[in-house]
Design a protein. Sequence first.
Lengths: 221, 221, 221, 221
Amino acid sequence: MVDPHTGRWQRKKDARPNEILDAALTLFVEKGYNATKMEDIARAAGVTKGTPYLYFENKADIFKEVVRETIVARFNEMQLLLAGFEGCSAELLGLALDRWWQDIGSTRSAGLCKLMMAEATNFPELTQFYYDEVIRPARQLIGDIVRRGIARGEFRDGNVEYAVDTLTAPMLMIMILDHSFALVPGCCETISRDPHAFLKTALDLMLGGLQQPVSVKAPHD
Amino acid sequence: MVDPHTGRWQRKKDARPNEILDAALTLFVEKGYNATKMEDIARAAGVTKGTPYLYFENKADIFKEVVRETIVARFNEMQLLLAGFEGCSAELLGLALDRWWQDIGSTRSAGLCKLMMAEATNFPELTQFYYDEVIRPARQLIGDIVRRGIARGEFRDGNVEYAVDTLTAPMLMIMILDHSFALVPGCCETISRDPHAFLKTALDLMLGGLQQPVSVKAPHD
Amino acid sequence: MVDPHTGRWQRKKDARPNEILDAALTLFVEKGYNATKMEDIARAAGVTKGTPYLYFENKADIFKEVVRETIVARFNEMQLLLAGFEGCSAELLGLALDRWWQDIGSTRSAGLCKLMMAEATNFPELTQFYYDEVIRPARQLIGDIVRRGIARGEFRDGNVEYAVDTLTAPMLMIMILDHSFALVPGCCETISRDPHAFLKTALDLMLGGLQQPVSVKAPHD
Amino acid sequence: MVDPHTGRWQRKKDARPNEILDAALTLFVEKGYNATKMEDIARAAGVTKGTPYLYFENKADIFKEVVRETIVARFNEMQLLLAGFEGCSAELLGLALDRWWQDIGSTRSAGLCKLMMAEATNFPELTQFYYDEVIRPARQLIGDIVRRGIARGEFRDGNVEYAVDTLTAPMLMIMILDHSFALVPGCCETISRDPHAFLKTALDLMLGGLQQPVSVKAPHD
DNA sequence: GATGAATGAGCCTTCATTCAT
DNA sequence: TATGAATGAAGGCTCATTCAT
């Protein structure tokens, strides 16, 4: 955004708030909301203690802004997934989760999701916003694929909402664990070793089932 | 201090620790570990600031004790309950998750799980404790069932750890969401409407798979 | 002291305060005034928290009583030194310091002296008492010996008070250091290795002087 | 906060640390380490509770800095001053003790020495610091002079460490007594009347010995 | 706009002392 | 006498926030 009066220099001025938000994002993800000190944010943004208060009400305000700005951006990227895919629904599901992992799960944003869970009750309006802008659409996205699969006879019929939650759970879990227990020295033996492989395996299991295929019963048919 | 109800002087050493732990559990679940102040706990337990320190080392000690008395104790009971099970592994798995839900997931304890995820990185020692006392044993429990199923030819062979994570994810997710988004007025449309039914459906899906069993159809095609 | 009514049992009753004082003495010497907790004293005396308050006003009162009881007793022992000694004054001085070391310097009482210095300003009346009952008489004792030496032509004439302080300083120093720095792990390289030898050497030095005897000049006379 | 004297707003970053250290020194000497509260220091320095923490890590850090700025600095100066001395060792020793008295013994710093003895066992880390930074160098300083005297044939040979302790004892004693008994109204009759004269006399005695030089007399008898 | 010195409320923990039993 | 559960004032330290410059 170029200011008509001052020209390009205006750009730098407007960049200040974003630099602060970016620094805040990194720190929030890395250390959590409480452990992130205002001064850390300021320093990481290359300004001094008082400056963030010129642009934001307080720490809570910064947190809200960070979530709003970042998540929306990330989520818009994920929307691209929906582009008219032609193949079978299982493949489409795999593709969706794959992109999800690539664009969000494996990025700083995953830390933000975890943080959102952690702080949800402390920021009700923000939580509401996050729910409306991210969670509901995301569930819609996956739900559409499931419905597509059912409609095309690829998937078994059933409660779509529950299926969505089930399919989504491993991703959520990994995003949360990777930013909680997995960061503590003695607790790393969990999933985190190869998240991508885990997600693939989890999807296979959810698609094909843990039990031996009932095809052994086929002779009786 | 005279108790307004009984009119008798209160000197109940034996009851105190449990009253304190109970107050602590409620507050921890409601406000998180860090946001729960020692004085809050004391007041909620009907005593003054110093009293909790007569029974517990410090705040972390109280937290550990709360976890031990609720989650750890429940898992130990589950352990015993499932030990002598004779039926098929799918049924055993269902039983395990069912008890898990009844004894932990649907109780205040679930809030502790969520709390632990939320604050793990800020309190490494507690995280380590929780990992050793809760997470590892719980994963062991489910892992043993999966291995049993594979050994008995009931389950398909594969990476057990990943299977455990997948099977566990819906439970984790529900415990977390129930104590974050679900507590915020506008965000209750999620799973939480019938968690038990969801868990059952999720298990079915994970056991049987979302896809139509291809091998059965093959002959008919 | 036997109570006329109850007989010997009264004896045990009266012993209680002394048991408390004895426990307090040990702890004060070992850990200092502040670091000694009332409960420690009670426990060491084999009673419970509240009991010391049946016999003493408060902690300060116990401290004062400990100093009064212990020091007076110790000092009375030291008075025996004065018994008509016939030998030379240097020997008498050595004897005096030797007993001082044996009866006080190397016992718990030395810790009390150190404590008295440390807490002097916090207990003015006690300090006054200690000064009148212990310090002044002790200085008198040493001063008398010095005066005796001068009168008999054994010691050089001079300011007796200063001589007393000088002769006394090593003893004081060792009592203090032994109960301060010498108790801290990394600071033990000091005197404490052989206090008795040090005191003997110090006395020799003070009697004979550090400088080479002027007798080398004799030829010039 | 408006300064009542200057009427100007107080923002004097450069002066703050020294004001705080000065306030701390006074309070430490007056009340001891433990009894001096951080807020007392702050108030005495004309600032509020949190301000000292802008300049110092914690209470121990303030104490160390006070010791460095006063005692350690003075000893370093003494070191330099005495390095190039050419005269006889007895004179050098007198010079050293004289400076010691002028720069430390007669100043507020002496109170720190007394404090350190009094509270050594309660604050091991500070004690270690003080031992390394003050005691060891000071003993080295005096020890070097003694060794010089012996090497030049001026002093009698003997245990240097013991000699150092003996020579040092009067100074230590005076510093301690001046900040304990001497501060209590009825106990001032001691040394303190003319410390400088006492130290001089004590040194004379320690150099020349209390006893009449026997070797000189021998021929006359 | 920016700075950064200063504030002061708040938290965990300790412990001398009290008092109903 | 004796107990010991309970109290509550205090103290070291942190950090979000303010505001004169």
